[in-house]
Design a protein around this ligand. Structure first.
Ligand SMILES: Cc1cc2nc3c(=O)[nH]c(=O)nc-3n(C[C@H](O)[C@H](O)[C@H](O)COP(=O)(O)O)c2cc1C
Length: 374
């Protein structure tokens, strides 16, 4: 299997299967002297960890990360910092129940990757879905924790804005609420509704999809490389690479098709300290593939979990008709744990473009405006 690496200068390679000994990643290209501890990474991993509520898979993985290379205690400050060498991260798998997958090892679950892995490689590891499992996304979250530190002052946050038929009310958006409910939902009232709704879905052995919004603030203007590495194009590819993602939009996205040119235009005016301001952000912080300095906003749609108890028609590996019903431990709404994964992918793409911009153009942010001569 090739293509397990993403990014150009901030380059992440992941490895490992759901029920193998361990999963891991190598983050190459991280600049030296960035303070980095296990706690920085563990904090993010704990937000994605399975088994934390009845609304996610009951697999009990502590997801304890080890930094195996790329850091050293700075003799000058006594702080652990990156050295500029590859950062190796490892998480052991401790709660694999491979027997749960015996029943489907010769079958193709509709909506999952069983059939396509088989037809492509002629062999697949059915235990916990092998490499197709979203267990791999733990390493993206770990890499994202490092990426967040590469871009000075940047914050990346995410929230679940729709679960099945339940939408949030954006007027009730409260970022603090995201950490207070098990859904990463920014609207307390919608989160309450989601509890009963998802409980019913879970008990019936079914599943449901979701929409997640990710926002990066304090992104320097000027990031993104037209034409074939536009910031929005790379963000879309990164979010689309997350398991079960079926749609991505930037800023106002698909809804912009309904707007007039006047409503869609993000008007500009002079702001503080020579920084121009945008009076709206339909562009999602990106124009011409280059960041504007406004928040970078993206949304992605996650399909319902394909491993469900309800029997579905399929075929077996011999091509004969078969009925499939998936037992074992699965997320009834994979969109919930996809929130920290989306944040991580956004952080990695922006960190990569931050370093690429520095490589070609030099320091970021031509503030004060208008641009000064370099
Ligand atoms: C955080 C997360 C957890 C997931 N957990 C499950 C799961 O428990 N069961 C399942 O069938 N799919 C799960 N998925 C989705 C599958 O990994 C995915 O549907 C499968 O690999 C096929 O890929 P595709 O949906 O992108 O085509 C999860 C996805 C994410 C993002």
């Amino acid at each position: 299997m090739s293509h397990n690496t993403f990014g150009h200068l901030f380059r992440v390679t992941t490895f490992g299967e759901s029920h193998g000994v361990a999963i891991g990643c190598v983050v190459d290209g991280c600049p030296p002297r960035i303070p980095l501890t296990v706690a920085d990474i563990q904090r993010e991993l704990d937000r994605r960890r399975p088994g934390q509520s009845k609304f996610v898979t009951q697999r009990r993985e502590p997801d304890e990360v080890k930094i195996v290379s790329g850091v050293f205690t700075d003799p000058q400050g006594g702080e652990q910092v990156t050295t500029g060498t590859p950062i190796g991260l490892l998480i052991e798998n401790v709660d694999a129940r491979s027997k749960d997958y015996d029943a489907i090892s010769e079958l193709y679950r509709p909506g999952h990757a069983d059939f396509t892995y088989d037809i492509k490689y002629g062999i697949r590891d059915p235990r916990g879905s092998g490499r197709a499992s979203a267990r791999e996304t733990a390493m993206r979250v770990a890499a994202g924790a490092i990426a967040r530190k590469v871009v000075p002052g940047m914050t990346v946050r995410g929230a679940l804005v729709q679960m099945g038929e339940i939408d949030i009310d954006r007027s009730r958006w409260d970022w603090d609420e995201v950490a207070r409910n098990p859904f990463f939902c920014p609207d307390a009232e919608a989160a309450k509704k989601m509890e009963n709704y998802l409980d019913g879905i879970r008990k019936s052995g079914s599943s449901v999809g979701a929409v997640i919004e990710v926002v990066a603030e304090n992104v320097p203007p000027g990031l993104g490389a037209p034409i074939y590495a536009k910031l929005d194009a790379d963000i879309a590819a990164a979010l689309m690479s997350i398991n079960a993602v079926k749609g991505v939009e930037i800023g106002t996205g698909f809804a912009s098709a309904r707007l007039s040119g006047e409503a869609n235009a993000d008007e500009m005016r002079p702001g503080n300290a020579g920084r121009p301001e945008f009076t709206s952000n339909n562009a999602g912080g990106i124009l011409g593939g280059i960041s504007t300095g406004a928040p970078v906003v993206a949304r992605f749609a996650v399909k319902p979990t394909s491993s469900i108890l309800t029997p579905r028609q399929s075929i077996n590996r011999q091509g004969a008709p078969a009925e499939v019903s998936t037992k074992g431990r699965h997320d009834p709404c994979v969109g919930i744990r996809a929130v920290p994964v989306g944040e991580a992918m956004l952080a990695c793409v922006i960190a990569d473009h931050f370093l690429r911009h520095r490589g070609q153009v030099g320091e970021t942010a031509n503030w004060p405006f208008p641009p000064q001569k370099k």
